[in-house]
Design a binder for this molecule. Structure first.
Ligand SMILES: [Zn+2]
Length: 504
């Protein structure tokens, strides 16, 4: 998809969907002072536009979900589809971005319905000259054709948009538009990995798929698989311990991004939980909760998607991704509650609940990243139900030992339209992780503050001098995963924006 400013006459475009966002200002203004474009289109539609909008009680805040479509054909038989979308800027950034996202979604859906591959957005009355707004709309159009069809015997047609043209806008932030397309590609990869059934993504299969998916970026991304034998040799007891219940070997997928011309800086580390399937282990999950658990690699999938996007937008900071890949299952050798695992760092952990396994693989990955020299870490994980109880299904929790790093991550999330909320690392809850037999336990003494316990557990593996943020994406990472089209997935855009914000 190409994004550019409309510089030629609309009449010469062939078949096209013309998206007209209608705001309160346009509706309320007397006809003489309405923006010329809207008046022009109104005339084109026989002077019916504004009258019709009024007649149906069209509300510009989008809450009524009205769309009005008019189809006209020019002398060449090309169709001009006019899509009127209610639009209003909201008082906060997130809700404004949702309005731009919705604009893009409506535009794509209309173009698909009419089998047209060119879209013009009339931008006179909205703020598409702002790169953040533009990115939200572009990303939504680019994501329109996402579907997961690998498991369907008959694949539906994917409708592709070739051109997205912006009309009535002085500046077009091309960098933002291209980053949005790259982010959409990363989100698609991330969602595909989440939606894949567990028997198609055992750890080594997952790694091979990712290697394939990233092959076109091999000049910038080096993919390395740290296999089970290597993990045994180094003593990654958390990763190996969790995977003991599986018949398939564990691995760590490492993706190294090197900017053009190289860099002497220490790499930023993105760490993503890659539990391919989480039965809960012997602390078994109830049946109704199990199908969603193919998404328990959501943190890893988000990181993989972001690395793909980052390779396309090329920030000048080195980034290394670590995705520990395991399955949390039950068999004769699976760990049982009260087993003690020895982490890669050498410290011992009493496993009091085998369903609190994500932190056991992350602890080793955090050590691995620090041994490789990273002093800035961001980990992402579908980690706790407690985080969903606190923040709902759409919002991630963020914990950090650095106000500065956390502020950057939250700003990146806001501009990506990803819901994220900072949570506290309460020192008084840290003592709850005590164990009677090992250095400490993997869960707190009771359920209260469970998401904080998980963060405090991970913090124990963060060394002095390392800045670290932990994102619990349990909500967005699994929300609606049963519906392949409704599933949105983790905060890929947050990581892409974060990387871009560090780039000069
Ligand atoms: Zn679990």
């Amino acid at each position: 998809m190409r994004v550019s400013r409309l510089t030629q006459e609309m009449g010469k475009l062939g078949s096209v969907v013309v998206v007209i966002p209608v705001t309160a200002a346009v509706l309320k203004a007397p006809r003489s002072s309405k923006m010329p474009v809207a008046v022009g289109i109104d005339s084109l539609l026989g002077g019916s536009l504004f009258g019709e909008l009024e007649a149906v009680g069209f509300k510009p805040d989008g809450t009524e979900n009205h769309e009005i479509v008019r189809v006209a054909a020019d002398s060449g038989g090309h169709r001009k589809v006019f899509l009127i979308v209610p639009f209003e800027h909201k008082p906060d950034v997130f809700r404004t971005l949702m309005a731009y996202r919705r604009l893009g979604e409506s535009a794509y859906a209309c173009a698909k319905r009419h089998k047209i591959s060119r879209i013009v957005v009339v931008g006179n009355d909205i703020a598409l000259d702002n790169g953040v707004n533009l990115a939200a709309a572009v990303e939504a159009v680019a994501l329109g054709n996402f579907d997961f069809t690998e498991c369907l015997s008959k694949k539906p047609d994917a409708h592709v948009i070739d051109d997205l043209l912006i009309f009535g806008c002085d500046e077009l932030d091309e960098r933002a538009a291209n980053a949005a397309i790259a982010t959409a590609d990363g989100i698609k990869l991330s969602r595909t990995l989440s939606l894949l059934p567990p028997d198609r993504k055992h750890p080594l299969d997952y790694a091979a798929r990712v290697e394939d998916a990233l092959a076109s970026f091999s000049d910038r991304l080096a993919v390395e698989v740290i296999d089970q034998a290597a993990l045994e040799q180094m003593g990654a007891g958390g990763i190996l311990g969790v995977n003991r219940g599986s018949d398939f070997p564990a691995c760590v997928l490492k993706i190294v991004y090197t900017p053009k011309g190289g860099s002497d800086a220490k790499p930023i580390a993105f760490i993503g939980k890659g539990v391919i399937f989480d039965t809960g282990g012997y602390s078994l999950k109830p049946p109704a909760m199990q199908p969603d658990m193919k998404g328990d690699c959501g943190g890893g999938n988000t990181v993989v998607g972001a690395m793909r996007s980052i390779a396309a937008v090329e920030p000048d900071v080195p980034i290394t991704a670590y995705i520990p890949l395991v399955e949390n299952r039950v068999n004769g050798t699976a760990r049982v509650p009260s087993d003690v695992l020895t982490s890669l760092s050498g410290r011992t952990v009493e496993d009091l609940n085998t369903d609190a396994e994500g932190r056991l693989i992350l602890m080793d990955a955090i050590t691995l990243a620090q041994r490789d020299g990273s002093t800035t870490l961001i980990d992402l994980a579908t980690l706790t139900g407690a985080c969903m109880v606190a923040l709902g299904n759409t919002c991630s929790g963020a914990w950090s030992n650095s106000d500065e790093l956390c502020a950057k991550v939250l700003a990146a999330a806001e501009n990506a339209g990803d819901r994220m909320w900072r949570m506290p690392l309460l020192p008084e809850l840290d003592a709850d992780l005590e164990s009677g037999v090992a250095d400490f336990a993997n869960i707190g003494k009771d359920r209260m503050g469970g998401a904080i316990h998980a963060a405090l557990f991970l913090q124990r593996f963060v060394e002095t001098g390392t800045e670290w943020a932990h994102l619990d994406i349990a909500g967005p990472g699994c929300n609606k995963i049963k519906d392949r089209r409704a599933f949105r997935g983790g905060p890929v855009g947050t990581l892409v924006n974060f990387a871009m914000s560090l780039s000069s």
